[in-house]
Write a protein that binds this ligand. Sequence first.
Ligand code: NAD
Length: 524
Amino acid sequence: MKPHADAFPARVGPDSLSALSATVPAGDDRPGIEVEAPYSGAPIGEIPACSRADVDAAVERARDAQPSWADRSAAERAEVVSRFHDLVLDRRDELLDVIQLESAKARIDAFEEVADVASTARHYADRAPEYLASERRKGAFPLMTRTVEHRRPVGVVGVVSPWNYPLTLAVSDAIPALLAGNAVVLKPASETPFAALSIRDLLRTAGVPEAAFEVVTGTGSEAGGALVDAVDYVCFTGSTETGRAVARRAGENLVDCSLELGGKNPLLVLGDADLDAAAAGAVRGCFANAGQLCLSMERLYVHRDVRDPFLDRFVRRTRALDLAAGYDWTPDVGSLVGSDQLEKVEAHVDDAVEKGADVVTGGRARPDIGPYFYEPTVLTGVTEEMALAREETFGPVVAVTAVDSADEAIERANDSEYGLNASVWTEDAERGRRLARRIDCGTVNVNDAYAAAWASTDAPMGGMKDSGLGRRHGRQGLLRYTESQTVAEQRAGSLHPPEGVPKGWYAKGMTLALRAMARLPGVR
Ligand code: NAD
């Protein structure tokens, strides 16, 4: 199909996309996959549907390239990532154009991705040498054994990423993997491959060896499945359903994996909250990226005493959002990514309305703006039998429910199969932090919806319950891509019975020594 020329922003055209597509390492005898611009629904290009053999070959090349990359010191690899950080900021506008073109998000939401990639690169470039440093450990008895824990790269890491944050989720998890001395092969979502291909080029320009970071494109079942089968570690971000399938395969192959999955995130407005701040935070938390954010809020529990004034403020701000298409900074909320997403959002809202929920604002698709636009929507009267009460909608739809106490809010927040992100609003920050500890989510934000915890790159981030396994960010986010190796040198004596000493005497002596050790905490 002929690309629709009007669909392109200033800095990206059909030629630059075909040039990116041509660099995907694929046999060219199979039909490609068409990519569309969701703003208009127009086709913008095609990407190869990599076969299992294509993926295996990319992983083999990565395997060959990995040892010499790992031979560089952590500080040298960090220098490469620091250069990458600068390039990302230098090429900001072009990256924003690519992200917007293939995802149709508002420019401010695309900017969150660029900022996130830069700050993740900076964090890990600064800290990787320390995270990877070998560490002395204690032996069984003081002075007898010299024990050191080393960290070795796992080899080739496979990253499988979704369409909602096509830049961040393609590369932010790859940065610590590369810094740990691994090669990376990435399979981006087939809706949004061009941000991944663009960022691959920036990594290579910064100095990552070509085969040490490769992008394969194609379907989840074929290219994604082949990648999971070929690598030494799988970093998967996507739906809980696919995450389970990936975990099964990784388990079968006996390779480790981290799974960043779905959420049905609660936001709690306590009776003493600053209602203007809470309403502004809830708008950002519910409608950033048109609600297609794993961390976004879909359940609001508001203390009954402040429910009406809060709802009034929240709805007023929601109605004021500028829902529009455009490559400038004006729109507040962009489009959904495609027809499947629109159908799911419509089905959830229609089902809720049929079963008695009230639409306070929104509740309609907006084909007049673009084929997949949907209005930011606030519902009340949502009950258990409605699909959106428990299932992830992944769109700009939120249910507001009154509760009688903070305890009830927490109980309802925890009554979910998911446990990704939560938010608590209160003027009493100490109380907020205390209540946060009782919420079963991997991240909890006090007086913010999601950015505070997400952007704390030094601290782990991930899901409890069906929201995932493992953590990104922080020390854990890098060490997951390593194997620990313990090297212990016996410097004096032996832990075994010495020759000629009766075994009973040995056991008696050891027992005395163990008792003495328990009484000498400084020595233990
Ligand atoms: P998805 O699970 O459909 O696809 C994610 C990726 O997996 C895509 O690249 C896809 O091609 C690939 N894939 C599909 N089947 C596969 C298979 N059998 N083997 C290997 N790979 C396969 O998810 P999506 O619709 O692209 O993304 C939306 C979901 O992602 C939402 O549920 C959202 O909550 C979740 N998400 C989670 C986080 C997080 O950090 N927890 C972040 C973003 C999105």
